[in-house]
Ligand binder design. Structure first.
Ligand code: NDP
Length: 287
């Protein structure tokens, strides 16, 4: 019988939604699979991945802080992983070696276009952050035809490195996060920092907002609240978190491993309800 063992690696990882998402996708096709979470530190990640695949694992999702390490372990890389130098999907090849994919950027673009109706061609985009998530999405935003991409990061040199890697100085510029006042008008503002995850707010000028501005945080649930709160205060026309991006990236992994592409909307809605119940329960506990 074909192996059906999958997992998500991260640190921390216990509260990952990936097992729930993959089980929901599997039900769409009447499939049975095992999908676990594996908590590995940067020191133990390589050995843990080796053990997982040696024990019959077929595929793994990889999240913070292991995406670069996952890329380094793979013998084959798709174009998206190769240009970013990081991977969020590992799959066992028939000869036992590993293949790496990076689906973050393509999934963000699909989510923006198909779920949120955004027209990216010719748009002006402000990307906050220059870490792994920002690298993952920046190339895909350019592929999607955005007219101008401004990357603002706390550490200016990191943003400059990303701009250099993107190689399109006519369309891309870096500016320090502290110099956003008067930086111009943006159709789309994407928060790809981990500030919210760390419980921090970004000190963004309210003048960046406005009814025609679409704000998107790649983080989701509680981690997205500071940025979404800012977007509301700034009068942004629309502000959403990255829960749907997470579901889309899981769907692309599912298709890489199993062939068919699952339907994402019902799973996204189910997760939204699950997180709302969780939030209600935790606020009831803290009252
Ligand atoms: P990294 O650690 O690689 O990068 C973190 C980035 O956030 C850096 O640019 C860092 O700036 C910036 N940052 C951190 N704290 C602050 C702060 N207090 N003020 C300003 N900037 C700050 O993380 P990732 O890029 O991998 O992940 C970022 C977020 O995206 C995470 O919350 C992650 O969960 C989420 N994510 C969601 C996905 C989804 O599918 N929805 C997919 C991928 C990521 P500096 O360079 O100065 O340190």
């Amino acid at each position: 019988m074909a192996s059906t063992r999958f997992a998500v690696f991260g640190h921390p990882i216990a509260h990952s939604l990936s097992p729930r998402i993959h089980q929901a996708f599997a039900r769409q096709f009447g499939m049975q699979l095992e999908f676990g979470t594996i908590d590995a530190t940067p020191e133990t990640f390589g050995a843990a991945v080796g053990q997982f695949f040696a024990d019959g694992g077929t595929g793994a999702n990889v999240t913070v802080p292991h995406k670069h390490a996952a890329y380094a372990l793979a013998a084959e890389r798709d174009v998206s992983a190769a240009r970013v130098g990081a991977a969020n999907v590992l799959s066992r090849l028939p000869d036992g070696r590993l293949a790496a994919h990076n689906t973050d950027g393509a999934c963000l673009v699909r989510d923006l276009r198909e779920r949120h109706g955004q027209v990216l061609e010719g748009s002006t985009v402000l990307l906050l952050g220059a870490g792994g998530a920002a690298w993952g999405v920046a190339f895909s935003l350019l592929d999607a035809g955005v007219g101008a991409l401004t990357i603002a990061n706390r550490t200016a040199t990191t943003a400059e490195r990303l701009v250099h890697a993107l190689g399109q100085p006519d369309r891309v510029q870096a500016i320090p996060l502290t110099r956003l006042s008067g930086a111009g008008h943006f159709d789309l503002i994407i928060n790809a920092t981990s500030a919210g995850l760390l419980g921090h707010s970004l000190d963004l000028p309210l003048a960046l907002g406005g009814p025609e501005v679409f704000c998107y945080d790649v983080s989701y649930a509680k981690a997205a609240l500071p940025f979404l709160g800012w977007a509301r205060a700034a009068g942004a026309g629309h502000a959403v978190d990255g829960l749907s991006m997470l579901v889309e990236t899981a769907a692309d992994s599912f298709a890489i491993w199993h062939g068919p592409h699952p339907v994402t909307e019902p799973v996204f809605q189910q997760l939204r309800r699950h997180l709302a119940v969780q939030a209600q329960e935790s606020s009831a506990l803290t009252v």
